[in-house]
Design a protein around this ligand. Structure first.
Ligand SMILES: Nc1nc2c(c(=O)[nH]1)N[C@H]1C(S)=C(S)[C@@H](COP(=O)(O)O)O[C@H]1N2
Ligand SMILES: [Mo]
Length: 162
């Protein structure tokens, strides 16, 4: 009996680890260079931190890659390009549970805004658990964490132009 429980947990951990290895974040839509990136390659990019209070009021420090860095790698409009029609562009952030949130590119760009938004893979130094991870958006400074999407799978740049 004990042996079969051990075997079951062992198989579960193999499935969990291989699912983590297979995972790729997609960055696509109205960008010059769409791409997919693994967790290992995300971890090699410059790392930043952001703090977020959870529902119980506890403060947690998350670490990961700045959202603007991920968009820059896709050659999405940034800096001086954020004018005219690019002011109508927004980022749709999709999650595995179909939760979706948007940010205007102007809101994300550091030349217009000091808002700190990261795509985190760690909370308080530890990898995010399956419920929140492998990647969670952390939007610092908002009164409620409603746009801090967990289980993020895709970043899609779109235009709101009619
Ligand atoms: N993928 C996903 N992310 C989500 C949600 C969700 O339902 N799905 N809920 C949001 C809302 S409304 C809140 S208040 C916070 C809760 O995060 P916490 O459990 O870390 O406090 O997650 C946000 N991120
Ligand atoms: Mo919420």
């Amino acid at each position: 009996m004990k042996k079969s429980i051990f075997l079951f947990l062992f198989l579960c951990s193999i499935i969990f680890v291989s699912a983590q290895n297979k995972f790729e974040l997609k960055i696509k839509g109205e960008v010059k260079t769409p791409y997919s990136i693994t967790l290992a390659d995300l971890a090699k990019m410059p790392q930043a931190t952001a703090v977020l209070n959870d529902k119980d009021g506890k403060v947690h420090t998350y670490s990961g890659v700045q959202l603007s860095e991920l968009l820059a790698k896709a050659d999405a409009p940034a800096g001086k390009e954020i004018h005219g029609e690019n002011l109508l562009k927004y980022l749709l952030v999709k999650s595995a549970d179909n939760y979706e949130v948007v940010f205007s590119l102007a809101e994300i760009d550091s030349s217009l805004n000091d808002k700190k938004i990261i795509l985190a893979d760690k909370m308080d130094g530890k990898a995010l658990d399956a419920k929140k991870g492998p990647l969670r958006l952390v939007v610092e400074g908002e009164k409620r964490p409603a746009r801090s999407s967990f289980q993020v799978t895709e970043l899609v740049v779109t235009s709101a132009k009619e």
